[in-house]
Design a protein around this ligand. Sequence first.
Ligand code: TEU
Ligand code: CA
Length: 544
Amino acid sequence: MNVALALEGNDWWRRAVFYQLYPRSFQDSNADGIGDLQGIIDRLDHLRGRGDSLGVDAVWLSPTFPSPMKDFGYDVSDYLGVHPDFGDMATMDRLIAECHRRGIRILLDWVPNHTSDQHPWFLDSRSSRSNPHRDWYIWRDARPDGSLPNNWRAVFGGPAWTRDEATGQYYLHSFLEEQPDLNWRNPAVVDAMHDTLRFWLRRGIDGFRIDVMGMIVKHPDLADNPLNPHWSPGSAEPKFLWSSNRNYPDVYEAVRGIRAVLDEFPGSMAVGEVFGTPDEIARYYGSRSGLDGLHLAFNFQFIHEHGHVFTAWDAESMRRIVQNAEAAVPPGALPCWAFGNHDRSRFISRHDHDGRGHERARAAAVLLLMLRGVPFIYYGEEIGMADVGIPDSRLQDPARFHTPGRDPERTPMQWDGSPSRGFSAVEPWLPYGPADVNVAARQHDPASILALYRRAIGLRREFRSLEQGSLRVLPSHPDVFAFERSLAGEPSATVLINTATGVRRASLHSPGRVLLTSRAAGAAGQTGQDFEIGPLEAMVIIHG
Ligand code: TEU
Ligand code: CA
């Protein structure tokens, strides 16, 4: 059964629509309240397969490895295994095969910056100063005055150093104290981590999302971070910059080493979780000598900028974000877009101050899928899932770096309107959201957000200018973000996003035909050169 051919060629990822799936929350198959790999297999038809499926080309699974789950899998205790909550190696092999049979590529989430404190390497490392694994992590003495080795902070709050009684030294952890940082300046660590990539690539995994890419190589002397000039007492700004431990220049050399491993497996790829200015992000694609870095590096500016959650939905911000990204990515490289992920409040909840988050989410679907570059859909976005309020007694996330932690955006996928939402036969690990937000209710409703996602993905397939064309921002009404997608020899398309809650006028260089509108009652058919675009409406118009 050849339900849907996979994208062809080693550069398939350039044309792919990706879907991020949080394995704990996709589908529980064995009634323990936790999603698992068999559950994902059971639900693959939603992603791509028979009938009305979304039609995505690739999935990224948040970490599936053995882990004490202090950070829900981002604390890995064995890079070469499967956590028993999720299944076993045989199930993983079946998942890979089932994805491939449907034409879906599959990425795992590789966590190179730190391991779990229960990883055998760290258990060894902390056992004595002379252990062969000692230098696999970053150990330092206190400063002569007894203070911490340097002023670095953990991303989740508190100092980045914990003193280990047994050997009297401090170890570095950029996140939780149960997540000690690996020492990427030790060639043995580099070799061992590269081998974990090879292990999965040989098993058929198509690539990796790389966690915290920008922090793996630090300042060689672990120099103090400088004071943030924008900080003042009581401000929301961090007190110190991250220049010694984030996007430190040597990290790009390590990235090239990772790329060289991927190049041993043609057709594999990696997308990096990176933070920084558009220029810092651009450097992850490669050095002056070419695109020898990561295949893709996330642009998170529609989620957060400079550490602040992005809640604006205005044409001005869109122009700035898109133009900055277009100007920064190196020639031949593609921007990589996401409007949500497992670390941040969901899109609808970020844009719902006036109760119109759902309309903005529909427009966002059009924007995400019509931008030049590679889109990532966060599970549940396609049905309009919002953050779920979590009672204190059920909070799970240990990292409360932004209250109330990251649980609200990690709740179970809602498959139907039943009390179990079709997710689990028992109480789920996190509570469900409102019953009316579910796949079954949206599946056959042509006016639903799910139908809109399907149509937008379909259009990318149908029109090469939308899938591969260049992007040019067009002059427009200040409230309307307008851009053109064009490719030689193909009809060009105009995309219009009205970010105002009132009607606005739009004008085109030539009349066209409306391919898609985000408003259920939006206009279809031919347009004139001048016409009206509805409140919060997004439109795709094809010319010629
Ligand atoms: O996230 C890195 C991370 O902490 C970001 O959330 C970042 O700090 C923030 O957006 C501010 O810029 C990754 C994973 O996505 C997350 O789930 C893990 O907890 C974390 O790494 C540690 O592995
Ligand atoms: Ca389960």
